[in-house]
Write a protein that binds this ligand. Structure first.
Ligand code: NAP
Length: 527
């Protein structure tokens, strides 16, 4: 399991370019062993051609065969053992226990998609049988189901080196839907990317999949990503990362391609959290501690980090502010994922610190000068400022949050109305609060993908009912989710078969339903 530092193009190890880079340990800023070769545009093109060829075979694999492939990937990731945990921890500064949890989530995600494939109903089969004696015109036979799009390009984020990376949610959902995948490796964790690519390649061999079903192209410059986005054989993009990166890729897919393709850019979010009056009075200490933990978990590097905390200005406010400030001051500085993220976080903090007319620094965690450590920050402003200054709504990726105090219920609602799209919105509330703020819930429902009551937003369950997405700028396409089994539908399109003989229909659409799946048959859901 020696790292090669090379690209994995349809099962072949490849290093045709001269540009190289190294992984860095963000805990102490030291370079890690192994030099990585950035993929050339020719290598990206080769991966796309091989992916396109593989699609002709892979798209016809049965649900059972694809499920066996996903299960095998999960098993091979587990077989990497401690080598994966150690390299991933060294490249990200995340503690081994966190990486182990993320590995379980990643393999669990692959296995969950496998169960959906074995069950089979996800294809949304719809059958309207012919009515030859319909007057005035006979009706023909129509049969509809979801079919895969083709090669999918995947970009992972630095903060989830397993769950949103090489074998993360986008790869799992694209492979499950029948699409080959080319992953652009994240330059923050190249060794982790290569180890996982090795595991996928083993699973390809074990389950006899076409080799072009998976490729990994490494790179520390935007050229590699752009070569992937603009290749004509790439038919969809799944991106997770910064707003800048996500929008650059989205625009390139529109402006620099002859054929537009769907781009699912999952970007930054500030995840507003509202503490309603009775909850502030009754659960002040519990919320103050939970909030501090949620904001500073993983050095605040979660896309679901609550970065905007709204509350009314009443008698209970001061006590809550004191408690939260005390907890923030106890937080030890921990490693951020890389030098760039640390620099961007420090710039964001400085922008608020240097703006005393708009925000006040309420508390600061413990300092550290070692490696790329992020210091926790708690800021405060009023709702009037929030409504007037658009920049206060932007994500500062790291352990920082902004308390926003409203002078009235109306001002709290006006703050919510003014907001753009986010991944989540959270309410801390008693039953009375909820009854008194139904209008707030209605506003928030139009702003986010997931509404939460009395739990913190960090932590995204991988399940059938999850929505991890939201209106722009949280994502470039709010009509889907990037986590959970509904994510598969991002990489499919519906196809209708009219007047087809039984022998030519896919099994999912044959009249006798050989797969026993749930279908909409002449307007009625049945197996
Ligand atoms: P990032 O810097 O945008 O990197 C993500 C990937 O995109 C990398 O492979 C990067 O490669 C590539 N990339 C970035 N800019 C590009 C450009 N202009 N052209 C082509 N490729 C480009 O993101 P990150 O710093 O790793 O991740 C942190 C961010 O992700 C935070 O904002 C966080 O909120 C967000 N995030 C969102 C979600 C979600 O589900 N919404 C989940 C996790 C994280 P190069 O560096 O080689 O260009």
């Amino acid at each position: 399991m020696e790292l090669t530092g090379k690209n994995y193009i349809a099962g072949n190890i490849s290093a045709k370019g001269t540009a190289t880079f190294k992984g860095v340990n963000p805990s102490d800023a030291t370079e890690l062993p192994t030099t990585f070769y950035e993929a050339t545009p020719e290598e990206v093109a080769e991966a796309a051609v091989k992916g396109h060829e593989a699609f002709a075979v892979y798209r016809k694999k049965s649900g059972q065969e694809k499920a066996d492939f996903l299960d095998a990937i999960a098993d091979e990731i587990n077989n990497l053992g401690n080598v994966l945990i150690e390299r991933c921890s060294a490249e990200t500064g995340l503690p081994p226990a966190r990486i182990e949890t993320e590995r379980a989530r990643t393999t669990g995600q692959l296995k969950l998609f496998a169960t959906v494939l074995r069950e089979g109903s996800w294809v949304d089969a719809r059958i309207d049988t012919a009515i030859p004696d319909r007057k005035p015109m006979p009706r023909s036979d129509f049969r509809y189901m979801q079919k895969p799009l083709g090669v999918v390009g995947v970009f992972g984020a630095s903060n989830f080196p397993l769950a949103f990376s090489v074998a993360g949610g986008d790869t799992a959902s694209a492979l499950a839907s029948g699409c080959p995948v080319i992953v652009k490796g994240h330059p923050s964790h190249p060794g982790t990317c290569e180890l996982v690519a090795m595991a996928i390649n083993k699973a390809v061999e074990k389950t006899n999949m076409p080799k072009g079903v998976f490729s990994l192209v490494q790179g520390g410059s935007i050229a590699v990503g752009m070569a992937l986005v603009t290749h004509p054989y790439v038919k969809a993009i799944g991106f997770t990362g910064s707003t800048g990166g996500g929008m650059a890729i989205f625009k390139a897919a529109i402006n620099e391609r002859d054929e537009p393709i769907p781009v699912y850019s999952e970007m930054g979010s500030t995840n507003p959290l509202f503490i309603l009056p009775e909850a502030l009075k009754e659960k002040s200490e519990e919320i103050a501690k939970g909030l501090t933990d949620s904001v500073t978990l993983g050095t605040g590097q979660f896309c679901t980090n609550p970065g905007l905390i709204f509350m009314n200005n009443d008698d209970n406010l001061e006590e809550f502010q004191k408690q939260t400030a005390k907890h923030f001051e106890e937080v030890e500085a921990t490693a951020m994922l890389n030098k760039g993220i640390k620099a961007a976080f420090d710039r964001g903090v400085a922008e608020l610190v240097n703006n005393p007319d708009i925000v006040k620094l309420a508390a600061k965690g413990k300092e550290s000068s070692e490696g790329y450590k992020g210091i926790a920050h708690l800021f405060e402003t009023n709702a009037k400022n929030f409504i007037e200054k658009a920049f206060l709504e932007e994500e500062n990726f790291g352990p920082s949050t902004l308390n926003i105090v409203a002078d009235s219920r109306e001002e709290l609602l006006a703050s919510a109305r003014k907001m753009k799209g986010h991944l989540t919105a959270t309410l801390f509330a008693t039953e009375n609060d909820l009854a008194n703020y139904t209008d707030l819930i209605e506003i928030l429902e139009q702003k986010v993908g997931r509404l939460i009551i009395n739990e913190f937003p960090t932590g995204v369950e991988v399940c059938h009912a999850m929505v991890h997405g939201g209106p722009f700028p949280a994502t470039s396409n709010s009509r889907s989710t990037s986590v959970g089994t509904a994510a598969m539908l991002r990489f499919t399109r519906p196809v209708c078969y009219q007047n087809f003989p039984e022998s030519l229909l896919p099994d999912e659409l044959k009249t006798n339903n050989p797969l026993g799946i749930m279908r909409l048959f002449n307007g009625e859901y049945k197996r």
